[in-house]
Design a binder for this molecule. Sequence first.
Ligand code: C2O
Ligand code: CU
Length: 579
Amino acid sequence: MTTGSLLAADLVIAVLAAAGWLGGGAASAARRRPLALGLAAFALLATLARAITITALARAGWWFAAEKVLVAAPLSLAAVVVAGPRLLRAPGDIRSVAVPLLFAGYAGSGGLLVTVLHGYPASAGVGLLAVAGVVAATAVTWRALGARPSPTVSRVALAVAVAALVTGTGLAVTPDAAPGVPHDHRYRDAPTAGEPTRRFTLTAGTATVSVSGRDVEAWAFNGQVPGPELTATVGDVLEVTLRNRDIGRGVTLHWHGYDVPNSQDGVPGVTQATVLPGQEFVYRFRADQVGTYWYHTHAVSDIGVRKGLYGVLVVRPAPVTGVDVTVPVHTLSGLPLPAPRTEPVEAGVPVRLRLINTDSTTHRYALAGTPFRVAAIDGSDLRGPTPLVDTAVMIPAGGRYDLVFTAPATPVALFVDGREVYSTGPVSAATGAWPVLDPLSYGVASPVPWSRFDKEFTLVLDRGLDLRGLLPRYAHTVNGAAEPDIPPQVVRLDDIVRFTIVNRSQVVHPWHLHGHHVLVLTRNGKPATGSPLWLDSFDVRPGDVWEVAFRADNPGMWANHCHNLAHADAGMTLHLMYS
Ligand code: C2O
Ligand code: CU
């Protein structure tokens, strides 16, 4: 069983246990004896089963189990100790077990709420708040059911609830995040005058675009979705003028995967101000890395990118030989892009398909009709990629794969989630059952260039209640906090930094660090054995633990966030900062 399914199973069992206790309590209050006994027995079994799931999760990693071991398990134990013996005595008056059963229900629910609303890290404050809630609810129930607890019991309950509430509330307030520091605008490689310069102008505006014959209201660069394809030869200077015609919430340009100087990174409020209607901003940086990248707005990025403010950036080592096609995949108003395209290619011609996922969720790509190699991922060439046949690749949100092959005499076709997007002629292929490439074991390894790490960070991804703003929100959290309360990761220039990313939530988080590429060290405890993988976007699936590392060689203040942009906007964004 994977850690992801264990997390899900544990959650389901916890819900069943709490519901069983509460249902049993209600049934006994209503004097429905068989129902009460049945539900309580079921709850007892479910509660005991959690001992197995919690232990297994703790063995998979303390991050997955901390609050379950420290809060839910003691509460569940109390539930079993209080309700169990009374049940076994099979009381004559079933109503007499209503309070113990409901207590067990509150205890189970308390532990569950700590997991669902708070998660990792477990804190004494949150545990005490749960205890206060359980005691208070039990006391209220006791009175409501007309039983008269002895004065001593009442006083003790009141004292426990108040003490737990008071200390818990105090302890639950986490210290404030470190204050931000001014941005560092040192250029690592500032372009100088007189170099070959490629100039583009991108004007952002609302537009009606046509997608598979339907008119769609979009936000577009130069009236088209995707925006114009920007191309350069390595060594060129790119100078891109961004204008905003009428996007009221503003726009910027972020060069996804391109490690530009910090001042050109396009993050509003961090590296520049948002470009409002009527304004412009000129980006200038040297195209010193070859490969497949993309650009997109970083202002209200979830809405902006979804509505169409994105395009392709390709930097080639030399003028194109052979066929070189970009396939930026996107979903615009529910309609898939790009439109399918067919063009015959003469046998023997080298072909490169640059696959780009500009959506917020993973896509599955399958190339049928030819052996191929994955030449590059996220713009970095792989070492010793071997030919693949009938194998699919999964590309995370924001990620890019370059597939290369020599055109055979027969047609080939590329499918995205089963839909044909590119072909050289008619192909019928059922690609749905193909195995998926694991890039961590593809290609030829070379040793990790570092043996010691100057800084280590752990990011535990989850969901939780964020009470900081005006309205409470159910945020996507990192280490129990949501933007802007996640403390920045502070590094010094040239530090070798390792970070561990743990996903204890039920959804995939495609992780994306700006300004740097990270080298994958391990996933779920297993070292990467294939070509070195220098990624800027990678899927951390539920239950996954990734260890990645990078050299801090690009000073500034960099966003580090989930590239499911809805998650990023709902709290899952922090910053990497140079001291
Ligand atoms: Cu492609 Cu911060 O984003
Ligand atoms: Cu996410």
